[in-house]
Design a protein around this ligand. Structure first.
Ligand SMILES: Nc1ncnc2c1ncn2[C@@H]1O[C@H](COP(=O)(O)OP(=O)(O)OP(=O)(O)O)[C@@H](O)[C@H]1O
Ligand SMILES: [Mg+2]
Length: 521
């Protein structure tokens, strides 16, 4: 058994949900047992932090079954061993155990339920976990996580030390039902298994795939921002996951059980913005035959997501600014001043600094919204491992949706995925894979099923190299992405005769980012 250091993407861990979610024990055991199943299913459909989610499940399970503690061990499909990330000790967030070791390993390997009243009398008991945690296991009940007897084992659920007496048949039946439910729920997540046994750790957030260093920095900032009420501005190219991360902030925050309301600023006609945001009273204008609450009112207590903020018309920006400053508003046609308690998350693929410079975006609003700025990296900057990881994830997802066999990629398809420049980022990749899966009834994803890449790759390359002033910079292979980026930024600044504003324009980043790159690295 070893303590896992994990990759940095796996380190991120928010406990917010755990605390916000912990409720008083239900008066009837049946109710709390049922509600645990329902809670799990609804949580697994969101972009929550896995550690927090599994911790919640364990807390509630231990309560429901009157056990001292519960843990969920998952089989790591890539390494073949078992790992647990919760219910051990706060200072030991993750433990690993070789497959087959101990009662947990036995249950996972054999696919059987094990119930032991006194572990000291059982030769399968391995005391090494107790030694690490300082806990003394007396009785235990362990059940494999799998959809049915024929399905692969994804892991095991273990409960320890029944508070009074011993675990009984009813506990065993309940744990069995819960394990099957959990296995089915895992299918909807990014932790779900492939077609073989175990699960694949694709990232720390449910529904979000990626473990590259570039994305790990985003996870860290998302987790930190989620713990506060700070306004967040998500920037980044189209299709890089801004909408996904906006929801992740909400579902990992203390506001998670309150509404998440999206306002799409592209579809807001200027004359309707005010009523859309703040609602209107009956008779406020022709056709207003009843009072209608605005999005701000609907989001009270929760999160208001202003998507494509860069598209908001100028006069609407003034109204939004007032709300952001005072947190009060009036419905159109109303006189009462109302107050809303909500967190604002904004997203845009525009360079707002440039928009401010050309007078299309208010500078005061820009400063108000970029309290915490999080930039989602281009897919091409996350490395080809990430591209292939996402490709496999989408392939499995669409194969199961379209009832196709287990998908495999030909080497030609993999080479194309590695070589493409991804101007449309993750969204483009998802479309490639979805159409290839649909067009491959045998499950074999071949290069020729992808769109004609020459056109898109050349187009994007020529767009980038169109600038005649741009001189080449030689980057030896083997540099870290950070170092390569730093050298590239440095070379661009040099090519602009040291003019950082000009370099920022060429690189499509803020001027401050240039400073940070040159200073921090
Ligand atoms: N890391 C990821 N893991 C899994 N799916 C992802 C990831 N990033 C993006 N996606 C998927 O890619 C698609 C595009 O993501 P999203 O809509 O969040 O992008 P966006 O940055 O908001 O784009 P736009 O600026 O065009 O609105 C969605 O279907 C989303 O679920
Ligand atoms: Mg979006």
């Amino acid at each position: 058994m070893e303590e896992e250091d994990g990759c940095s993407g796996d380190r991120v861990s928010a406990i917010v949900i755990k605390d916000a979610y912990r409720q008083a024990p239900d008066s009837t055991p049946t109710m709390s047992r049922l509600s645990l199943l329902v809670d799990l299913a609804s949580l697994l459909a969101r972009e929550v932090d896995f550690d927090a989610l599994l911790a919640t499940a364990c807390d509630r399970l231990a309560q429901a079954i009157h056990a001292d503690r519960a843990s969920i061990w998952l089989v790591d499909a890539e390494r073949g061993d078992l790992f647990t990330r919760v219910a051990v000790l706060p200072e030991l967030p993750s433990l690993r155990m070789p497959s087959g070791r101990g009662i947990v390993g036995f249950a996972a390997e054999q696919g059987v339920t094990v119930r032991i009243d006194d572990v000291r009398n059982d030769p399968r008991f391995d005391s090494s976990v107790d030694k690490v945690t300082g806990y003394t296991t007396r009785s235990t009940l362990v059940c494999p996580i799998r959809e049915d007897e024929q399905s692969p084992v994804r892991g095991v659920i273990q409960v320890l030390n029944k508070q009074e007496g011993a675990f009984d048949d009813e506990d065993e039946r309940y744990l069995h039902a819960l394990a099957a439910q959990l296995a089915r729920a895992l299918r909807m997540t990014t932790l779900r298994g492939g077609f073989g046994p175990g699960v694949i750790l694709r990232g720390p957030f449910n529904k979000i795939v990626g473990r590259s260093p570039a994305l790990s920095r985003v996870y860290e900032r998302i987790t930190l921002a989620a713990q506060t009420d700070a306004t967040v501005l998500l920037t980044g190219e189209t299709g890089t996951g801004k909408s996904l991360f906006a929801r992740a902030i909400h579902v990992n925050s203390a506001r998670q059980n309150r509404p998440f309301i999206t306002v799409d600023c592209t579809t807001l006609p200027a004359q309707l913005v005010e009523s859309e945001l703040f609602g209107h009273e009956r008779g406020a204008f022709t056709g207003a035959d009843r009072r209608v609450p605005g999005k701000v009112e609907l989001a009270d207590g929760g999160t208001l997501f202003l998507d494509e903020l860069g598209e908001l018309p100028l006069d609407a920006q003034a109204k939004l600014l007032r709300f952001l400053q005072e947190r009060t508003f009036e419905r159109v046609g109303g006189r009462t001043t109302l107050r809303a308690d909500l967190r604002i998350v904004c997203a845009t693929n525009k360079n707002l600094e440039q928009e401010v410079a050309r007078g299309a975006f208010r500078a005061d609003l820009y400063y108000r919204v970029r309290v915490v700025e999080i930039r989602t990296p281009r897919l091409a900057d996350r490395g080809s491992d990430e591209v292939l990881g996402l490709a496999r994830h989408f392939a499995e997802q669409y194969a199961s949706r379209y009832r196709r066999p287990e998908p495999t990629f030909t080497s030609d398809a993999l080479a194309q995925l590695r070589a493409h420049d991804w101007p449309g980022n993750v969204r483009e990749l998802e479309h490639w894979i979805e159409s290839a899966v649909a067009l491959a009834p045998d499950g074999v994803i071949r290069g020729e099923l992808f769109p004609q890449t020459e056109v898109s790759t050349n187009a994007s390359t020529s767009k980038r190299s169109a600038n005649p002033n741009q001189s080449a910079v030689e980057l030896p292979l083997g540099l870290s992405l950070e170092e390569a980026s730093r050298r590239y930024v440095e070379a661009t600044v040099q090519a602009c005769d040291g003019n950082k504003t000009e370099a920022a324009k060429r690189l499509e980043v803020g001027r401050n980012s240039i400073g940070r790159w040159l200073k921090d690295q």
